[in-house]
Write a protein that binds this ligand. Structure first.
Ligand SMILES: N[C@@H](CCC(=O)N[C@@H](CS)C(=O)NCC(=O)O)C(=O)O
Length: 253
């Protein structure tokens, strides 16, 4: 095999790896795994990735790589795309993996609980609460990112765009227009900048379209159902700081 093969699905985080592959300019093949028909849980895919999650990347020499940020760092470093990941000797190198770890270690688990609340509860009646608390926690985390961006943006590494922003834009970009997100204006600005950057714009438009279809099908289940204000608090007005900052570590994590 003389090319990269990426296993992914259209609205999954595999799209970040695809964007990185596009940015490297390397020839690659995309093999779509249909999550809606549970193809990721079939033995055929599990022989490639036993965890049954996407993405996974097969390198030209046949190695199977897992975990989105690791795949993206590998591709950027292996092919020396310093516009995505600062090189080892670069002073920005320190915060680059740090930002990726924050997204995958903090933000993503909150999104996971938000998207799949039933996996984390003992009683079905707790599902809505789990979603609502996870949403609050997402906003709390975004607030810390927002403060950092306001102090030293417009990107997560200052003036320099990187994989960290690309990853953040995947998670937040499709919902950037939602009223709830107006509490994190610097995050939105960062994501919108990234979504307009070449060569990523086409993929982000694809993602926005799919996301719009998904939202229409689920009647706004994404943010709509959770947009209810927390009792005793008002939803943020445009430009206001995030009210969930008061949570101070008392989240569902
Ligand atoms: N930590 C993994 C997580 C992979 C992951 O959760 N992928 C989602 C799609 S975005 C998935 O396969 N979900 C299927 C499921 O949870 O059943 C990574 O970053 O690659």
């Amino acid at each position: 095999m003389s090319r990269y093969v990426l296993y992914g699905g259209p609205i999954t985080r595999a799209i970040i790896c695809e964007m990185v592959l596009i940015r490297t300019g390397l020839y690659h093949e995309l093999r779509e795994i249909d999550l809606s028909s549970q193809e990721h849980r079939e033995p055929r895919y599990k022989t490639i990735k036993p965890a049954g999650l996407v993405p996974s990347l097969i390198t030209p020499d046949g190695q199977v790589l897992h975990e989105t940020p690791a795949i993206n760092l590998y591709l950027s470093e292996r092919h020396r795309i310093e516009a995505l990941a600062p090189a080892v000797h670069d002073r920005d190198r320190g915060n680059s993996p740090g930002g990726l770890c924050f997204i995958s270690g903090e933000l993503e688990p909150a999104f996971r609980r938000f998207c799949y609340p039933h996996r984390y509860i003992m009683r079905p009646e707790d599902e809505e609460d789990m979603r609502r608390h996870s949403f609050q926690w997402i906003m709390h985390l975004l607030d810390t990112v927002d403060l950092r961006l306001q102090q030293g943006g417009p990107f997560c590494l200052g003036n320099r765009f990187s994989l960290v922003d690309l990853t953040l834009a995947y998670w937040i970009g499709p919902t950037a227009g939602k009223r709830e997100l107006s509490a994190a204006p610097a995050v939105i600005e960062c994501c919108e900048r990234v979504m307009q950057m070449e060569p990523f714009t086409d993929k982000f438009n694809e993602l926005l379209n799919l996301f719009g279809q998904y939202e229409a099908r689920s009647q706004g289940a994404w943010f709509g159902r959770t947009a209810k204000p927390v009792p005793g608090r008002s939803p943020p007005e445009n430009g206001q700081r995030c009210p969930f900052r008061q949570l101070k570590g008392s989240g569902p994590v």
